[in-house]
Design a protein around this ligand. Structure first.
Ligand code: ADP
Ligand code: MG
Length: 507
């Protein structure tokens, strides 16, 4: 890759102490096949060490690799999702290196001709559309794992992971800040989980990012990069890149040249540390694997796979933004996962105003889901119930405080027992009658003017000081009085109506 491939028209990048940050990503995505890329051993995570490594994975003499069709299909799905070329013929190569967790002495990967070529990942950052170009995505097998911690003073090798299918996704050095890098990684994560090729579990190593980072003075050629390996959380990703950028700038300012290197991020110290000087491709002595024929992909198969692709997150969020008059960032929130998007559409289909459905889903409902660390698929409130709550809000039966309490009641309910408890209805009822719940829990908004008048009287009598202040022109005092009215009505007064009546009363 050369500096010519860097777009010359990139937006003005935010500089760090006068330096431009340049970042390219290599992401190892574990493909969600049940068996390995070249053998029939299971890929399930968490098994006893070395119980899922068959003769092929152990590299016993005389064994031969057999291509897993499911892994190829997933690579094709990815290529189609990001607008890449699917190579009709690609080649597996041996990447030779010596490491205890690699019994063959080489990793089967793709080198000169990868299966997926080009394409781009698009996302929004601070309301601005960004596009990161991909160089390639290639199929390869994972290596085993060295286990240092469980053997006092010794290292064990677990080969369960050996042969697990990976798609390595490589970008051009198009990113210009840690925030942009994280936004790219999040979008990529969304795409691979959305199209069902990867479970996306970062703790288990299903989605591991290597960030290549360099800095340069604006307009200068690309600087020398250091590669931060195996970032498996978005938080660490941002911290690691920020640290690395500061470190590189300090080195350069102190008159030192940056050496190309592979570094590791230590979350405990927040620092990156060199683990080895970087190998060049030549060190790996790549050559085509004689045990595997070229991978030939029939155009009809690609078409069939294309016909089965779901609507993609970007297309869906554009449709939401347009069709429901939402902002780009609201639509992006709603399309965080297929299930979340489906929940939103079901809520709208059940009659909710789309804008309000979006607000309540991204606000109150998401807060509740996050607090309990559950996914929207496990949300105890059904879309039809959320829609009902929103309808009661728009027709003025309840105010927004009441809606929050209502959601809490719906959330707290056991499978169906709130109905029994609060309305005495049948225990087998599945969906709570939101209207009945409003009555039984006493959440109906007070907009009866007689009742409001009475509360306003009480509040005015009890707060002569605020009344005086308001008459002297302090608008703050007015808000304080409305607050008192809400409090006196235990949150149930219609705030607009109470406000209007109060203003009329105060003249
Ligand atoms: P290699 O395969 O030898 O590691 P590549 O040219 O394939 O090198 O680049 C690997 C990754 O590093 C790519 O994501 C690329 O965008 C990124 N990269 C290349 N040069 C730079 C640079 N100067 N600064 C930041 N990232 C870079
Ligand atoms: Mg590389």
């Amino acid at each position: 890759m050369t500096s010519e491939t860097v777009p010359t028209t990139t937006r003005a990048a935010a500089l760090v102490r006068g330096y431009e940050v340049v970042i390219g990503f290599e992401t190892h995505t574990q493909l969600s096949t049940r068996s390995k890329i070249f053998s029939r051993a299971s890929t399930a995570f968490g098994a006893e060490p070395n119980t899922q490594a068959c003769a092929v994975d152990l590299a016993l003499p005389g064994t031969l690799p057999v291509m897993n069709r499911g892994a190829v299909e997933r690579a094709i799905r990815f290529g189609l999702a990001i607008g890449a070329q699917i190579a009709p013929r690609s080649v597996f190569a041996r990447k030779n290196y010596f490491y205890p967790d690699l019994p063959k002495g080489y990793q089967i990967s793709q080198f000169e001709i990868p299966v997926v070529q080009g394409g781009q990942v698009e996302f929004f950052l601070d309301g601005e559309k960004r596009s990161v170009r991909l160089v390639r995505a290639h199929l390869e097998e994972d290596a085993g794992k060295s286990l240092h911690e469980e053997f006092a003073g010794q290292t064990g090798i677990d080969l369960n992971r050996a042969g697990t299918p990976l798609l390595e996704i490589v970008t051009e050095p198009d990113m210009r800040s840690s925030a942009e890098a994280v936004a790219y990684a999040k979008e990529l994560h969304k795409i691979v989980t959305w199209i069902g090729i990867c479970d996306g579990n970062m703790q288990e190593g299903s989605f591991r990012c290597d960030a290549n980072v360099s800095v340069r003075k604006p307009g200068a050629p690309l600087g020398t990069r250091r590669e931060i390996k195996n970032l498996n959380s978005f938080k660490f990703m941002q911290q690691a890149i920020d640290y690395e950028v500061r470190w590189q700038i300090e080195q350069i300012e102190d008159g030192h040249a940056i050496q190309q290197a592979t570094v590791l991020f230590n979350p405990d110290t927040g620092e990156t540390r060199a683990m080895r000087t970087k190998e060049d491709a030549a060190d790996y002595r790549y050559f085509p694997d004689p045990d595997l024929p070229p991978l030939v992909i029939d155009g009809n198969w690609v078409q069939e796979i294309g016909a089965r692709m779901p609507e993609l997150p970007r297309a869906m969020s554009a449709r939401f933004a347009r069709g429901y008059s939402l902002s780009e960032s609201e639509a992006t929130q709603l399309t965080q996962s297929p299930t979340f998007a489906a929940y939103f559409e079901a809520t709208v289909a059940a009659g909710a105003n789309p804008k309000l459905a979006s607000n309540w889903l991204s606000g109150e409902i998401s807060r509740k889901l996050n607090a309990q660390e559950i996914e929207i698929g496990a949300c105890p409130i059904k879309p039809a119930e959320l829609a009902d709550v929103i309808l009661h809000l728009t027709t003025g039966t309840i105010n927004s405080g009441g809606a929050k309490q209502l959601l809490e009641l719906l959330w707290q309910r056991g499978p169906a027992d709130v109905v029994v408890q609060l309305t005495g209805a049948s225990a087998t009822a599945e969906v709570v009658s939101v209207g009945a719940l409003i009555e039984s829990a006493g959440l109906r908004q007070i907009d009866d003017s007689g009742a409001l008048e009475k509360i306003i009287d009480e509040v005015l009598t009890a707060n002569p000081k605020s009344v005086d202040e308001f008459r002297q022109g302090k608008e703050k005092a007015f808000n304080a009085l409305v607050g008192q009215i809400m409090k006196a009505s235990r949150g149930k007064a219609n705030p607009q109506e109470a406000g209007a009546m109060l203003r009329a009363r105060l003249g």
